[in-house]
Design a protein around this ligand. Sequence first.
Ligand code: ADP
Ligand code: MG
Length: 323
Amino acid sequence: MTGQQPILSIKDISVEYDLQGERFAAISDISLDVAEGETLGLVGESGCGKSTIGRAIIQLPSPTRGSVVFEGKELTGLDRGEMRGLRCRLQIIFQDPISSLNPRRKVKDIVAEPLVIAGVSDNAERERRVREVLTAVGIEPDTAIDRVPHQFSGGQCQRICIARALIMEPKFIICDEPVSALDVSVQAQILNLLEDLKERYELALLFISHDLAVVKNVSDRVAVMYLGRICELADATRIYEVPAHPYSEGLMSSVLEISHDGEASPKSGLIGEIPSPFTAPSGCRFRTRCLYAQAKCAEIEPELRQIQSGHYVACHFPLTDSQ
Ligand code: ADP
Ligand code: MG
């Protein structure tokens, strides 16, 4: 990280949910910083708590414990009105573009919605900005503005969602599995678009995906999550070249196996199933699936610690040597 203040700093956040009368922690003690203009990738299997982190940042819901500081301002405890004011600087886009868009509204109204909320009442000004941002995401405004979402493909709908997120010129966008619902060929187009927009608007991104290959290509740094906790955090190149956590290694080998024969199971590099968050294993949560687990792993939960400059791992027996 550079010496400057991070644009987003989350510290020791936990989110607990009630499920059928029982309380469980969907995420525990998560701390992450994102620098201005940086893309932080967040990866892990489905259910590990990635979306919960994304939603905790925008206070939907606010974390049960911990702090979320955006542009120097504490977000936990803000009321809805105050959060709405900040949302122009802090946006989120979701996995399923089609269901994120109101099917009955025209594209021009969908994309202009944040402007309306922000009180921009001049129609001509709104339409000018809608046209500008649609052009920026590769949607031809003349043909698009009076159409409704079902007249567009999934990829085009995601472009429209991105336009809506961009119209207030935010500095930070949470991208929650933005390409997971799209065809592979369209995925690359959307990822390239995000990359271009990031340069142009000096955006920072929290890029959430269960797909390691996608995260690898877009991220400056990557955080790997397992069962509600961060197990490794490092520069993207480093984590892919020398993963230190056995879980990261397992995820990587899944990626390799898929790219060789195209058919392999996505979890082939990992043994066993993810335990329920209600019955998380004692000590290290990953130990029940870990090829290298030892007695200590059942007894003591490993803390996230730095093993090299900028490389953090929560493992008693990391695969990479300490400096
Ligand atoms: P991911 O995005 O990594 O797939 P989520 O953050 O959506 O994971 O979910 C983390 C855990 O929290 C899962 O066990 C999920 O079932 C649970 N969960 C998510 N949202 C809720 C909710 N509103 N109420 C109860 N449990 C939830
Ligand atoms: Mg999710």
